[in-house]
Design a protein. Structure first.
Length: 308
């Protein structure tokens, strides 16, 4: 057990956050019991996690004492700096999602780089072949971020482009017409959250799944946004999407530039953006390869065959 004594009520209020939001975030992040009474903090749990949390809280208190405030971003920055500065990347790092006992882990070195890029950048592009976990890991991190209280909303978007075939007229309202294009995003969510809970989050507008075209004209704050199958965005669509970024927003763009379904005369926005944004600080590019494929073992051989 470790203890920290706070100086006054104002320091306690800033550290704890509104309705103890910051304490819940830290408790979930480190899996440590936090008891707060009369300005005294007590941490109980696994010794290594308790020590890590103690150092993080000391850093947060220093921020409060020097700046007189504490933002949610400060907490994430302190945690990320400690993780990056004191540890190498571990293959057993866990992403806590909503189903108990079912953490998500990166399974390859490439996936580890991807997870850490998302944690350390506001905008990340992940490019790689099918089966490398691009969408799955992004959804897991989005859920983990929302569960921890860092961001308030998850937005999942996809361009509604047919993959080399004409589906013709689809019956139903607009939601029914676009659902076939968005099904992979629902599938990823259903692996990590109870179906009933997903519906509840969507009804309360905490999770939104929509075609890329519906993003026009919106500005999203306090959100984790994932653009999937981005190789099927035109250059104009990519620009429109990227300019939707609001305050306290994290964006992940995923795609496979070997599977572009746009007309041959159209340049993929994902291909274009690699050169256009490559030197901007705060934007990360991660490239996964067939070595990072984690689907059925045959998928890697299939990718090899088509590359040949």
């Amino acid at each position: 057990m470790r203890e920290i004594q706070l100086e006054n009520n104002n320091e306690s209020a800033l550290l704890f956050g509104v309705h103890d939001k910051n304490l819940r975030l830290l408790r979930n992040r480190f899996n440590v019991t936090i008891v707060a009474r009369n300005g005294l903090l007590k941490f109980e749990g696994e010794e290594g996690q308790v020590q890590e949390l103690t150092e993080v809280v000391k850093s947060l208190i220093e921020i409060i004492r020097t700046s007189g405030k504490l933002e949610e971003e400060d907490i994430q920055v302190v945690i990320d700096k400690r993780n990056h500065g004191s540890h190498d990347i571990h293959s057993d790092q866990e992403i806590e999602v909503f189903l108990p006992g079912l953490p998500v882990r990166p399974k390859t070195e490439g996936q580890e780089r991807y997870v850490n890029a998302i944690k350390n950048n506001d905008l990340v592009f992940c490019i790689g072949p099918a089966g490398t976990g691009k969408t799955y890991l992004a959804v897991a991190l989005a859920l983990s971020t929302m569960k921890g209280g860092y961001l308030k909303k998850i937005v999942l978007a996809r361009p509604a482009v047919e993959a080399g075939e004409k589906l013709g007229f689809l019956p139903g309202d607009i939601q029914a017409k676009v659902n076939p294009y968005l099904r992979p995003l629902y599938d990823a969510l259903s692996d990590m959250v109870e179906i009933g809970q997903v519906k509840k989050y969507m009804e309360n507008d905490l999770i939104e799944i929509l075609p890329l075209a519906f993003m026009r004209g919106r500005t999203l704050n306090d959100s984790f946004i994932i653009l999937d199958e981005a190789q099927n965005c035109t250059v104009k669509q990519m620009k429109t999407f990227l300019t939707r970024l609001g305050k306290r927003t994290k964006v992940v763009v995923t795609g496979d530039i070997t599977q572009v379904d746009l007309p041959s005369c159209e340049v993929s926005g994902l291909t274009d953006v690699q050169e256009r944004l490559k030197d901007i600080p705060g934007i990360g590019f991660v490239y996964l390869t067939k070595k990072d494929i984690v689907r059925h073992r045959l998928v890697q051989y299939i990718v090899d065959a088509y590359e040949t």
